[in-house]
Design a protein around this ligand. Structure first.
Ligand SMILES: NC(=O)c1ccc[n+]([C@@H]2O[C@H](COP(=O)([O-])OP(=O)(O)OC[C@H]3O[C@@H](n4cnc5c(N)ncnc54)[C@H](OP(=O)(O)O)[C@@H]3O)[C@@H](O)[C@H]2O)c1
Length: 248
């Protein structure tokens, strides 16, 4: 299927590894030019950008800590200076700290909410006047945003917030920009492997109909579909991609 994404300008946050990296590579293969967002992973982000350039596309690095409004504004300014406007924004960067509720401190709550919920808002607020006609924004939430989770109460609350932020932004930004969300389940990335460590031994076999973790490329492919005009009648949705962990 031709996703009709040639020469689109894309910013993927958290593209230095995991789901963000897979998404950036997928979109580059579809013909997009990519702003590769990263926080601490400069070397990895640089390698990914070089691979994208070898495909004949343009790629630039954008460093920002999602939790820092000032850094977000500087990064967004760089993007606008280079590209002028955006076609696709993937709000993928995220962070989790696995702390049982009984030990959770307010500071940790604030940090996780800032990175996972405030950060995406800071970015979209800074970019809101710079989206092209027919543009697309995709937020990356989590199955935890539907189910809740005792070992990451803060993260699950932030991810639930992203689902409703998606609906509000979809209404506020239509029809020029479509806003949608994906809610992945356990995915084979650094974050997914850390989450596995607090789950029961048989979790994958007992709870996932797929009986396996997702490959990050499966999530990237869904994000690319939502970014594409091929999905042009989908607005404000959160699409679950969780191997049958939870139905909505
Ligand atoms: N893996 C799963 O099982 C799973 C399940 C459901 C949802 N998700 C969601 O999917 C998204 C991607 O997760 P992943 O599994 O690919 O995670 P990951 O492998 O841990 O990668 C996280 C990415 O986010 C970036 N990042 C982390 N903190 C940041 C901050 N403060 N500011 C800017 N960037 C930051 C990292 O950048 P640097 O490396 O450059 O620091 C990295 O590129 C996240 O939103 C996550 O919540 C993941």
């Amino acid at each position: 299927m031709d996703l009709k994404l040639k020469n689109k300008t894309v910013f993927v946050t958290g593209a230095s590894r995991g789901i963000g990296e897979a998404t950036a590579r997928f979109l580059a293969m579809e013909g997009c030019n990519i702003f590769v967002g990263y926080h601490t992973g400069f070397d990895s982000a640089e390698n990914i950008a070089m691979d994208i350039r070898r495909m004949g596309r343009k790629a630039w690095l954008v460093k920002m800590n999602m939790a820092d409004e000032n850094e977000v504004n500087i990064g967004v300014r760089e993007i606008i200076e280079i590209a002028g406007s955006l076609d696709i924004l993937v709000l993928n960067a995220g962070h989790n700290i696995l702390t049982p509720f009984e030990n959770l401190k307010n500071e940790e709550w604030d940090e996780i909410i800032r990175i996972n919920l405030s950060g995406p808002f800071y970015i979209i607020n800074a970019l809101k006047n710079h989206f092209n006609e027919g543009s697309s924004v995709i937020l990356v939430s989590s199955v935890a945003g539907h189910t809740g989770a005792p070992h990451h109460v803060h993260y699950a609350a932030a991810k639930a917030g992203m689902i409703n932020l998606t609906r509000s932004l979809a209404k506020a930004m239509a029809p020029r920009t479509r806003v949608n969300c994906v809610a992945p389940g356990l995915t084979r990335t650094d974050m997914g492997e850390k989450t596995m460590a607090v789950l029961t031994d048989n979790y994958v076999k007992e709870k996932l109909l797929a009986q396996r973790m997702a490959d990050p490329h499966e999530i990237g492919a869904l994000i690319a579909f939502l970014a594409s005009p091929v999905s042009g009648f989908i607005y404000g949705e959160t699409i679950n991609i969780n191997g049958g962990r939870d139905f909505r």
